[in-house]
Design a protein around this ligand. Structure first.
Ligand SMILES: O=c1ccn([C@@H]2O[C@H](COP(=O)(O)O)[C@@H](O)[C@H]2O)c(=O)[nH]1
Length: 238
């Protein structure tokens, strides 16, 4: 995976999405389609984005019984996206089933999508995790242990905050993929995110890829915001 900046296309539908993408002219992007957009526009949205040559992270965070996740992944594999995910909280049997489904659904000669597991959402604080999810351990330990479980289950990597990347890399090495949302410029509102990092810091900490939504999509000048974040992520000084 080439260290991408992934734009979260958190829009209510096709019209808003295409209006946003039109600003980028023919720039080849790495985009993320999550629940908001996929639940409205479905596979047709994916086909459309692929026609434009964009790479796609289909962020549906599957979390269900192993048999259901396996079948769902088999179907998602047919969409020929680049990256998919599940919740690590589903456990190792569910993660193994997800991988099996993905492998079975991938057509001969086609590359299997990369599959990663969500450790703890970047909106979750240690306090919420301890007091509401009743996971009575330090958040860093939970993220590292879920990452180890994901690796043992055959997954290619995890979703986490950049803050946890050095700990994960220490234990699982640099090839294990870490995709990190919760990215904000120092002047941006955090919103609902709690474990937040700037794009430049995410690079220093060793994230494989960053996911950026509102800092670009809600910016007054989205194209300018995109290139500012991209330069900072890539360590380009302008
Ligand atoms: O732990 C997670 C997992 C996924 N996300 C998704 O990333 C984007 C972030 O959007 P921002 O506007 O940059 O906050 C969003 O689509 C989430 O669903 C995450 O934030 N944290």
């Amino acid at each position: 995976m080439q260290r991408p900046l992934i734009i979260a296309l958190d829009f209510p539908g096709l019209i808003e999405t295409e209006r946003f993408l039109a600003q980028f002219n023919s720039e080849q992007l790495y985009v993320k389609v999550g629940m908001e957009l996929f639940y409205q526009e479905g596979p047709a949205m994916i086909h459309r984005l692929k026609e434009h040559g964009h790479s796609i992270f289909l962020d549906l965070k599957l979390h269900d019984i192993p048999n259901t996740v396996k079948s769902a992944m088999k179907g998602l594999a047919r969409l020929n996206v680049d990256l998919v995910n599940v919740h690590c909280a589903g456990g190792s049997i569910m993660m193994e089933a997800a991988l099996e489904g993905l492998e079975q659904g991938t057509a001969v000669g086609q590359k299997r999508p990369t599959i990663i597991g969500v450790t703890q959402l970047t909106s979750t604080s240690e306090k919420t995790m301890n007091e509401e999810l009743l996971i009575e351990r330090p958040l860093n330990d939970v993220v590292v242990e879920y990452s180890q479980l994901a690796k043992k289950s055959g997954l290619d990597g995890v979703v986490c905050s950049s803050l946890e990347v050095p700990l994960i890399r220490d234990v699982l090495g640099n090839d294990f993929v870490t995709v990190t949302p919760g990215i904000r410029l120092s002047t941006d509102e955090k919103g609902d995110q709690t474990r937040v990092v700037t794009p430049g810091k995410a690079r220093e900490l060793g994230s494989t890829g960053i996911v950026v939504g509102r800092s670009i999509t809600n910016a007054e000048k989205p194209l300018e915001a995109y290139f500012k974040i991209k330069n900072s992520w890539e360590g380009v000084t302008v």
